[in-house]
Design a binder for this molecule. Sequence first.
Ligand code: C2E
Ligand code: MG
Ligand code: MG
Ligand code: MG
Length: 293
Amino acid sequence: RGRCAHFAPELLEDREHGEAVRARHLLERRLRAAVDRGGLSVQYQPVVALPSGQTTGVEALARWHDAELGWVAPDRFVPLAEDTGLIVDLGRWVLRTACREAAGWPVPASGSAPTVAVNVSPVQLVQRGFVDEVVAALTDSGLAPDRLCLEITETAAITDLAATAARLEELRGLGVRLALDDFGAGHSALSLLRHLPVDLVKIDRSFVERVTTDTADAVLVRLVVEAAHGLGRKVCAEGVETPDQARQLVALGCDSAQGWLFGRPADVPALAVPPARAEPDSVSGPAPLPLAG
Ligand code: C2E
Ligand code: MG
Ligand code: MG
Ligand code: MG
């Protein structure tokens, strides 16, 4: 990283540092092997419309199980993959897998085909060939472009706003949807909303966590909703765990939600499968949103 440092293993501080470096190298080696030899998987978490609670799509989340290390959380391996460049191959695999699997999901008799959201690292986004990779993933899977949503994290987008906006416009031209992820978690500026051509803003879980207990968080959620709607963007609330939070988010105007209340990430997405024989009075609607009480 354009920096030179002196390493002295006889010093305690450097010895500890040396151990951390070795542990990191081990993790990196094993992640590389997992990416190269099919050691990754994808789970899908439902995204529901508010206030109906009907599942409209899912978010694809990368999973890594290592024989020795066990399950390693994305919060650990994604930053490592970004630092080492492995995220390019990892992200491409997740994108292609999610598109391929989503293309095979049943389309409900009523309502539209479920969307699949895929997280895109800023490292991928700036790659020259990224747009072509998205085209290839769509073409090879046969997935309709408007069923794919690409999630870009807010913090990442800030570094080069103009370049990010230009790249997003290219992607938008393909007909895919775009979301600004973890909104409010970084050094957010509402101007991001203005300059990035996204369809959806995902409000970070940290706001949702206290939306029923801290007035300040409720005020900020309302503000984000108002700004987003005013600019023609939809709003999704992340990390909804309780019916109280869901009710409050409905009251604050959120369009959709995601969280353990509605469903945890799972290998097979929990999508409303239409009954095999559609008999009018045996057809039950979507599960009602657990807002009562
Ligand atoms: P994210 O994109 O904001 O995804 C939402 C995270 O919140 C997921 O964590 C999900 O399991 C968790 N979550 C959902 N509902 C709840 C809830 O009600 N309560 C709580 N406590 N947590 C909830 P996960 O799967 O550990 O992923 C963490 C982050 O890692 C993701 O945050 C995303 O930024 C990144 N990530 C995951 N998969 C990929 C990937 O394929 N590519 C890239 N670039 N990043 C990924
Ligand atoms: Mg996301
Ligand atoms: Mg998020
Ligand atoms: Mg995130």
